[in-house]
Design a binder for this molecule. Structure first.
Ligand code: PMP
Length: 443
């Protein structure tokens, strides 16, 4: 063993790091660490390889340890470590914004940088408020999210998000938020791809408009496909209808594409995949392939121009972060987008989608599985909850899979799968077979 390996194998003191979204007491008694990663695999400090079926945390779309990204970060750090983007700038941030704008649906081409998906969500909400304010409609302050929506953990995102557990422990959140019903029913389990239209779910928005008045509503924010709450694929026509109603009433539509952006559905964005263009679109994760924290909010020209031109001379949008457009993140982002293009990664995902669909639906007959959902290279495998212990069965599956060399993600009783887009067919089979084998061993 080299001295480097010995360093990696040493288990650090775990007590000081208060880990996010973690059962800290359990974890620290049963730590699971990664010490390296390459391609489709992580490596543990004791040298075990773990196949990554979740692209890290939905972010490592181009696979781990990509040389061009590593080199770009190193070169940028050596050349220009930091430069403010308040009243100043540096070339990489502008180049990344230009490249990003070129990937977005037509009309969305003004890019605001953040450092995470949570910051992107809150930035998008504030942008919507600023837009209405600039147009003399400062009464438009209400926000509408959706049950089972996840928009990160900052105050705005938590408030428009629809996950009870994430909200209840914190008491009151921001004022003036309503939630649409989520899009998932159990009427048609094991649906492949998109569900048939199931009534007029989006039409519920009309009821909220009738209740509050359109003149009080700023924006509707949804994930085109809800990811973190277990891959909820919208029924056909749903997003189109949301678009139609919001446009009719002057309400902005925000797509949170932190998960669906960068090829997860086989296109640059879910907006492109579904053919529905929002006014504001949030990104993070895959933007830098997870290598450096970064997010972005892409606004339509109309939203941007209203805020910029509607403001008196001077700074028009009093919002931003010290690290907005950070040089290292921008360099990582440019390198990532170049890989996506040169390796045609989005097209690759699109080409694999039907193989993926067939593979994950083989889990339909597996013990405990009550639903399988998929779209692009994402899938949700829902397990029957154990009586009196919701989520426990999936948590056991997660731990058992990890111990057997497979990284999955679980949320409640749902296994969420989102492999890097470089995944091979044989690895897709391996993911599915290993999950099936593990589920057979779990009570
Ligand atoms: N929005 C969505 C749709 C997400 O999936 C996530 C993260 N899973 C976020 C926002 C928050 O991103 P972050 O953890 O980078 O703040």
């Amino acid at each position: 063993m080299s001295s480097d390996d010995a360093t990696l194998a040493a288990v650090p003191d775990l007590s000081a790091f208060w880990m996010p979204f973690t059962d800290n007491r359990y974890f620290k008694a049963n730590p699971r660490l990664f010490s390296a990663a390459s391609g489709m695999h992580y490596t543990t400090p004791d040298g075990r390889r773990v196949l990554d079926a979740t692209a890290g945390l939905w972010c490592v779309n181009a696979g781990h340890g990509r040389e061009p990204i590593v080199r770009a970060i190193q070169a940028q750090a050596a050349k220009l470590d930091f430069a403010p983007t308040f009243q100043l700038g540096h070339p990489a941030a502008f180049e990344l914004a230009t490249r990003l704008a070129a990937l977005m649906p037509r009309g969305l081409d003004r890019v605001f940088f953040t450092n995470s998906g949570s910051e992107s969500a809150d930035t998008a909400l504030k942008m919507a408020l600023a837009y209405h304010h600039a147009r003399g409609q400062s009464g438009r302050v209400r926000m509408i999210g959706r049950q089972r929506g996840y928009h990160g953990t900052n105050m705005g995102g938590t408030s428009v998000g629809g996950i009870g557990g994430n909200r209840r422990a914190f008491g009151a959140q921001i004022w003036g938020v309503d939630h649409l019903a989520h899009t998932h029913g159990h009427a048609a389990p094991f649906t492949r791809g998109r569900q048939a239209s199931n009534g007029d779910l989006a039409g519920e928005l009309n009821e909220l408009i009738a209740l509050h008045g359109a003149e009080s509503i700023a924006a509707v924010i949804v994930e085109p496909v809800a990811g973190s709450t277990g891959v909820l694929v919208p029924p056909r026509g749903y997003l189109e209808r949301l678009r139609q109603i919001t446009a009719q009433h002057g309400i902005l539509l925000i797509f949170d594409e932190v998960i669906t952006g960068f090829g997860r559905l086989g296109k640059a964005t879910a907006a492109e995949f579904f053919g529905v263009t929002p006014d504001i679109l949030t990104l993070a994760k895959g933007l830098t392939n997870g290598a450096v924290p970064m997010g972005a909010v892409v606004a339509s020209r109309a939203v941007h121009d209203a805020i910029v031109e509607g403001a008196p001379a001077g700074i028009e949008f009093l919002h931003g972060y010290t690290y907005s457009g950070h040089p290292l993140a921008a360099a990582a982002g440019i390198a990532t987008l170049k890989i996506c293009e040169s390796e045609a990664l989005f097209e690759r995902a699109e080409g694999l989608a039907s193989y993926w669909e067939d593979a994950v639906h083989r889990l339909a007959g597996t013990r405990h599985v009550i639903d399988v959902r998929n779209l692009g290279l994402v899938a949700g495998i829902e397990l029957a909850p154990r009586e009196g212990a919701p989520g426990e069965r999936a948590t056991r599956a997660f731990r058992r899979c990890f111990d057997e060399g497979l990284l999955i993600r679980v949320t409640g009783d749902i296994i969420a799968l989102s492999p890097p887009l470089i995944v091979e067919r044989a690895q897709i089979d391996e993911i599915v077979e290993r999950i099936a084998a593990v589920l057979e061993t779990i009570e």
